[in-house]
Design a protein around this ligand. Sequence first.
Ligand code: GLA
Length: 379
Amino acid sequence: MSLQDRVTQEFARRFGAAPTFVVRAPGRVNLIGEHTDYNDGFVLPMAIDRAVWVALRPRSDRRVVCHSLDFDQVAEFPLADLTRGKGWAEYLKGVAWALQEAGYTLQGWEGVLAGDVPIGAGLSSSAALEMATARVFAATSGLPWEATTMAKLGQRAENKWVGVNCGIMDQTISAAGLAGHALLIDCRSLETQSVPLPPGTAIVVLDTATRRGLVDSAYNERRAQCEAAARTFGVPALRDVDLAHFQAQAGRLDDVTRRRARHVVTENARTLEAVAAMRKGDAVTLGQLMDASHASLRDDFEVSSDGLNTMVACARQQESCYGARMTGAGFGGCAVALVRVDAAHAFATTVADCYQATTGTAPNVYVCAATNGAEVVTG
Ligand code: GLA
């Protein structure tokens, strides 16, 4: 049964009526542009066909009552008195908090929630939950669906309520994705452009099934190194440094900071080149740029892992593969590959076997379609 049917049926069972709205918001995979969002740079993610779904109806008492089928728990809280706690409900409360802080008057609702974005895999299950919540409040409270505004508020919920220091990429793509397309996001202006996937290609997500602790501290350390590099260059963010500028001034940075900055500068350029290649339908060039991105993340930014490197090597051995790289924050989680569409399922099986034979760990592989961002599906 689809998740849409599950939340709809469970809603009817619990509330004895059909839901007023069914909402979905997707996870994402980033094709290229990694660790560039918090440098005011460019990213190119796509929304995937794994999402958080909510079936709901408004309430008149300004309370939220939400059943999670994944956790088999009920979250209940009053919008007028939000207090911090633990667990998945914090994303709902955090978004309610951010929306109210921004001046929106929210109406309560009750509903049933379920998702199939794997949690903690680097496919933005948190952003999907945040944007699903924002979409629900927009539907119940008559707010305009302004994707960029909602993404910023979702990021604020994550930064200030949940306490994770993420950039703007994940919420933006979950809010604003377009089926069949990746989304170029200028993380300074927040302007977006939908970019079609090259004809005849498929995107395969390769989850190493490895998770590493300390991702947050390593992430914050990378952010600090990038900010230090920008200060040395005398610019607001590394977005403002091109390759020529970098090469002329790189001697002023210590070795580690220089490599961190080189990744960001070259990755921003690669992301714009990737958009140009996609617009020409040039999968070969796009694949080469993904390969180069992986090398840069592994050697200069140092956020890859043995598992990710093995997965990428297994992927590249396949002649149906145009390119592959780690995706997301790194240190574990997922790689992403661009492959020939007719060979995508065979590719997924062969790469999974290769990875398991090398590491002894069974990976999870997903051939992904590019979907719309957060939307009201019925209602
Ligand atoms: C995580 C963050 C994003 C981005 C990526 C790295 O997914 O949530 O904002 O910084 O890491 O590109």
